[in-house]
Design a protein around this ligand. Structure first.
Ligand SMILES: Cc1cc2nc3c(=O)[nH]c(=O)nc-3n(C[C@H](O)[C@H](O)[C@H](O)COP(=O)(O)O)c2cc1C
Length: 284
């Protein structure tokens, strides 16, 4: 993606500003729908604290979230700015006033569910899927109670991109995978604009999958670049992507190690296939 000409830049900015939720008028007043559609990631918070009762309700929304087989394969680490600093030696990202780090937790159920054979990728996928449900439930509960948030995985070493580091810092047992941090607070300024979302007719399919070619993603990329430039004149969306890409080889290796080759209890649960795969990858 190269930089776009000024006319295309302005055009793309207008498209971002003009876009908004599209729902049939009679449904627009529905309060839950409004909460869902108006949620935005907020990255700057005021110093106003969140009442404990509100935080409690947010966590309760996570506890009661849906999960496959009702396994509830998640754990939540709750932080204040002070406890975040104590754990990681730096400030809570985005000057959030509370944070909830969401983990996929396959460890807790292992003893009770030892009849289930070890299948690392299935377990990991199950854990991630379930924990994502809990994260989104907490996100929406926060919104409903007037608390804004952002989910982080990269910013501030807050999620799966730094799973190995977080496991060490938080003494997580094998089978517990840090995924993301929900940073909470009251917004410091007005709501951010809706970032470019793909049109419904491009993401919905009936019958067979229809590949619509690269145009829609190129269009998205052009809008993302324009929006990013408007927010960060000294940087670019390209540079942001490059930063992300510079980490993925390390992250891939660390996640493979954590998912397939955990030590101790996990090692006992490793399948013969896994042991074989590890041996071949070590010898290559
Ligand atoms: C799993 C996940 C991880 C994310 N990680 C980050 C992050 O590390 N840093 C960040 O600034 N935003 C992060 N976000 C927020 C996204 O950038 C944001 O959701 C996206 O741009 C769409 O904006 P919206 O949430 O306002 O619709 C993350 C969101 C999700 C769901």
């Amino acid at each position: 993606m190269t930089s776009q000409n000024p006319l295309a830049f302005v055009k793309n900015l207008f498209r971002i500003i003009a876009a908004g939720p599209e729902v049939p008028p009679p449904l627009k007043g529905n309060p839950l729908l409004r909460t869902i559609l108006n949620r935005r990631s907020v990255r700057k918070f005021s110093r106003e604290s969140i009442p404990d009762t509100v935080l409690q309700a947010v966590l309760e929304a996570g506890r009661l979230a849906p999960s496959a087989v009702n396994f509830q394969t998640w754990s939540f680490f709750v932080f204040t700015p002070r406890s975040w600093r104590a754990a990681f030696g730096r400030p809570l990202p985005c000057s959030g006033v509370r944070a909830i780090m969401v983990m996929a937790d396959l460890h807790r159920g292992r003893k009770a569910l030892s009849v289930i054979p070890p299948r690392p990728l299935v377990e990991y996928t199950l854990g991630v899927t379930n924990a994502a449900m809990a994260a989104m439930s907490m996100n929406m509960a926060a919104e409903a109670l007037g608390v804004a948030s952002v989910m982080l995985t990269e910013t501030g070493r807050s999620g799966y991109l730094d799973a190995k580091y977080l496991k060490e810092r938080l003494s997580l047992p094998n089978g517990v995978f840090p995924l993301l941090t929900l940073v909470l607070g009251y917004p410091r300024s007005g709501p951010p604009v809706l970032p470019p979302k793909l049109p419904l007719h491009h993401i919905c399919h009936t019958g067979k999958y229809r590949d619509r070619g690269p145009k829609v993603m190129n269009d998205w990329l052009a809008q993302m670049s324009a929006g990013f430039k408007a927010d960060h004149p000294l940087s670019s969306f390209d540079a942001q992507l490059r930063l992300y890409l510079s980490k993925i080889d390390r992250v891939e290796q660390e996640l493979q190690d954590l998912i397939f080759y955990g030590r101790g209890e996990d090692a006992e649960r490793r399948t013969p296939d896994d042991a074989h795969r590890r041996k071949s990858s070590n010898s290559s």
